[in-house]
Design a protein around this ligand. Structure first.
Ligand SMILES: Cc1cc2nc3c(=O)[nH]c(=O)nc-3n(C[C@H](O)[C@H](O)[C@H](O)COP(=O)(O)O)c2cc1C
Ligand SMILES: [Fe+2]
Ligand SMILES: [Fe+2]
Length: 394
C-alpha cells in the first residue's frame, strides 16, 4: 500500500469514490473522496471513517499500519453517513476505542446506529493528549450539520474540519500542490455553492473565531478531496470572499422552454447584457444541472429566470431550480423573470411570488410574451438585459 503521510505518525486512510456522479442530488462530475486520518502515538486515534460501502477498504488501510484493536479513540467530527457509515464495522474491530463526539454528535450517533457505543462528549477548547500530540476540538454547528466539529492537531498545526474546505474531487493525488489548481478551485467553489452557501454568516463568524483563537494552520485536511498543505490560506481567503457574497459584474440567465419562445427571449436578454461588457452565462435547465447553475450564481450579481407557462404555472425544472435556490439563500443578487405563455399565463407570476416570499431583491421589469416573441418583444428583452447589466455595474 502507498502510504500517504501528512506528518510523522499521521496517515491518510481514506478512500476514493471515483464513480459517484450523484451525491444526494449534487452532480459530482469528478467523483469524490471520503477522508479519514490515522494518528499513531502513545494513544492512537482514527479521525472520521468513510461511507459504509467502503468500510472494508478503510479497514485494510488501517490494518496495513496497525492492529485496529489498538485504536484508543475514534473521533467522529460529523455523523453524516458519508463520514460515519463505517463506524459500526470499524468499532467492532477497534473494540477498545472510545468514540469522541460533540454533544449533538453523540445523540446523532445513537439515532443512526443505536446505543452500543462508548462515547465521550467534547466541547470547544477540550483537549485530548495522545502522547507527543494533542488533539483540540472546536465545535462547528451547522458546518455541515448541528453535530459538526473540527479537530485540530496542535503540534503539527493540522486542522481537520471535516466537510468545511472540502471538494468533490476524485484523484490519485492527495495534496493541493499535486493537482491542477484551476480544477481544484472550481470544485472547491462548486462544493461551497451547493453545500455551504446558506451557511455564509456562520462561516464568516467561524473564520473570525478561528482567527481569534490564534491557532496557526499549516495544513487543512478536510473530509472530501485533497489536503491543503501548500497553500491553506488560499481556501480560507476564498471562503471569506464567497461568504461575503461579493459578486462579479456577471449575469446568469437560467431558463427552460418547450417550443423555443422562452429560449429566444433568453438569447436576446443575454445579448443585451453582454452589450454592456459584463460576463454572461446562459443555462437551459434540461442541458445544465442545478449544481452548475448555483455554482455560476455564487459569484454573479444578477440572475434572470425564464419559464414558459405550463398548466397555469412554471415549468417543473424552473420550479425545482427556484426551490433549490431559495434554500441555498444566495446573497445580494438582483432577480428578474421572463417567459412565454399562450392564454392565461402564470409562470412569471409564480416565479415572482416565490422570489418575493424568499425576500429576493427583484428588478421592476419582468417580461411576458404571448406565444412567439416578435421583433418588438425581442427588443424589450435586449433592453432588459442592458438594464440588468447596468445595475450590476452600478
Ligand atoms: C403542455 C402545455 C401546457 C400549457 N399550459 C399553458 C397554460 O396553462 N397557460 C398558458 O398561458 N399557456 C400554456 N401553454 C402555452 C405555452 O405557455 C406557450 O406555447 C408558450 O409560448 C411556450 O413557450 P416556449 O416556446 O418557451 O415553451 C401550454 C403549452 C403546453 C405545450
Ligand atoms: Fe456533511
Ligand atoms: Fe461530507
Amino acid at each position: 500500500m502507498n502510504r500517504v503521510v501528512l506528518a510523522e505518525g499521521i496517515d491518510w486512510v481514506g478512500v476514493v469514490d471515483w464513480n459517484i456522479r450523484d451525491f444526494h442530488g449534487y452532480v459530482t462530475r469528478r467523483g469524490t473522496t471520503y477522508n479519514a486520518y490515522l494518528i499513531q502515538d502513545e494513544k492512537n486515534a482514527l479521525v472520521d471513517t468513510v461511507k459504509h460501502t467502503f468500510a472494508n477498504e478503510l479497514l485494510q488501510k488501517i490494518c496495513a499500519l496497525m492492529d485496529p484493536a489498538k485504536i484508543d479513540y475514534i473521533i467522529v467530527n460529523h455523523v453524516e453517513i458519508d463520514h460515519s457509515g463505517s463506524l459500526p464495522i470499524i468499532a467492532k474491530y477497534a473494540k477498545n476505542a472510545t468514540i469522541i463526539a460533540s454533544a449533538r454528535g453523540k445523540d446523532a450517533i445513537i439515532e443512526h446506529y443505536g446505543s452500543d457505543f462508548r462515547i465521550e462528549v467534547v466541547k470547544t477548547g477540550d483537549e485530548l493528549k495522545l502522547g507527543k500530540r494533542t488533539l483540540r476540538f472546536i465545535e462547528a454547528p451547522m458546518l455541515h450539520w448541528p453535530d459538526s466539529m473540527f479537530t485540530y492537531v496542535v503540534e503539527d498545526k493540522i486542522l481537520m474540519p471535516n466537510d468545511a474546505f472540502g471538494q468533490h474531487l476524485a484523484t490519485s493525488a492527495r495534496f493541493d500542490d499535486e493537482v491542477n489548481e484551476n480544477v481544484l478551485m472550481e470544485e472547491a467553489k462548486t462544493y461551497y455553492a451547493n453545500i455551504l452557501m446558506p451557511l455564509a454568516p456562520l462561516i464568516t463568524r467561524k473564520l473570525e473565531e478561528v482567527t481569534q483563537l490564534g491557532i496557526p494552520i499549516a495544513m487543512i485536511a478536510p473530509s472530501h478531496g485533497v489536503i491543503w498543505r501548500a497553500n491553506p490560506a488560499k481556501i480560507i481567503h476564498a471562503y471569506a470572499d464567497w461568504s461575503a457574497g461579493a459578486g462579479k459584474n456577471k449575469v446568469v440567465i437560467v431558463y427552460d422552454t418547450m417550443w423555443g419562445s422562452t429560449d429566444r427571449m433568453a438569447r436576446a436578454i443575454a445579448e443585451g447584457a453582454a452589450s454592456q461588457g459584463v460576463e454572461v452565462k446562459v443555462l437551459k435547465l434540461r442541458a445544465a444541472d442545478l449544481t452548475e447553475a448555483l455554482t455560476e450564481i455564487l459569484d454573479a450579481k444578477a440572475v434572470v429566470v425564464g419559464s414558459p407557462t405550463l398548466n397555469n404555472g412554471m415549468f417543473p425544472t424552473i420550479s425545482a431550480f427556484l426551490t433549490y435556490a431559495v434554500g441555498l439563500k444566495p446573497k445580494g443578487k438582483l432577480w428578474s423573470f421572463f417567459g412565454s405563455y399562450g392564454w392565461g399565463g402564470g409562470a412569471v407570476r409564480s416565479m415572482t411570488e416565490m422570489a418575493q416570499k424568499a425576500g429576493f431583491q427583484i428588478h421592476e421589469t419582468n417580461i411576458e410574451v404571448k406565444y412567439v416573441p416578435d421583433q418588438e418583444d425581442l427588443k424589450k428583452c435586449f433592453e432588459l438585459g442592458q438594464q440588468i447589466a447596468a445595475r450590476t455595474k452600478a
